[in-house]
Design a protein around this ligand. Sequence first.
Ligand code: ATP
Length: 356
Amino acid sequence: MDAITFDHVDVVFGTPATQKSALALIDQGADRARVLAETGAVVGVRDATLGIEQGEICVLMGLSGSGKSSLLRCVNGLNKVSRGKVLIADRGDQVDVASCDAATLRRLRTDRIAMVFQQFALMPWRTIRENVGLGLELRGLARAERERLVDEKLALVRLDQWADKRPHELSGGMQQRVGLARALATDADILLMDEPFSALDPLIREHLQDELLDLQRSLKKTIVFVSHDLDEALKIGTHIAIMEGGRIVQYGRPEEIVTRPANDYVRAFVANVNPLNVLCAASLMRPAGDGEAVERDRAVAPDTPMRELVALARRHGGPFPVLGDDGALLGVVGEAEIYDGLLRRRQGDTVRDQQA
Ligand SMILES: Nc1ncnc2c1ncn2[C@@H]1O[C@H](COP(=O)(O)OP(=O)(O)OP(=O)(O)O)[C@@H](O)[C@H]1O
């Protein structure tokens, strides 16, 4: 069972009456502009369907206004779903956030789902420890237990020395680590992260991305992460949903997005991606020639990153047979395939398009 399922979700901002007319127009295929002109309602999300597995980091990516936050905020009920379901796996069953009762929504929000915001949203008059412990305080946890849990999470984000300071005494990157510790403190298994690193300098941002990935290796939360930066999405995401005009126009693993963009909008995003960071042996390899002798002691796995292949080729030349788990020969990557990978990406084409 998926941890989170979006099932044909529409989010329309407006009064009940304008929402109804807007949904009718959407069903006729009207675009956002027409819906706005004829009803006054704003379409945030239209017909989003997506399953997010437990432990996955799903990045919602797209231009400003494409509907990323609107979709994210449906998960904890901050945005009302106009039509469709948002199902959360809960006690062996699924709860629809869009239609559950208020007590269930409250329980999901306090126990299961935590959110990290772009602007940290820390309370300036509270110490770092008190900020991180806010959710636990609202749950009525005794002070000693609260402080034990908070100090544990502050240590996780390497801020244990800063517990008694106030937010203004910390840098932006540190404040965002407080935001993350606060989200982790409740032990929620679903983290919603709305452009959490966008307000930070590029170097700090990369640092925090690495820290998040490090933490995730042991925490294994289900994370929905909003970003408008493709490099960030490719680095962080186990899957990426690309949004355009309120719709999900492509959903896939990072490499699929880069090698097989679904339309010109996605193609424009991936045109300048550095292939070294994304491609791997499986997407670079050519079929082995009939009777081609391959040196199996040079074998690489299909998921060997391109960067590693370049280093191998630099040391040993090529070609490298690509073997599956069962030892079957899947293809061959030589220097020519590596150069092709570099050149094709630079032209903004896709490797597989060219091979087709
Ligand atoms: N509370 C709201 N009331 C009315 N319209 C809204 C509301 N929230 C979002 N919208 C509209 O919904 C559309 C999608 O906005 P959303 O914030 O989801 O996009 P986004 O992709 O997250 O953009 P950004 O990257 O700029 O945050 C926009 O046209 C926006 O104006």
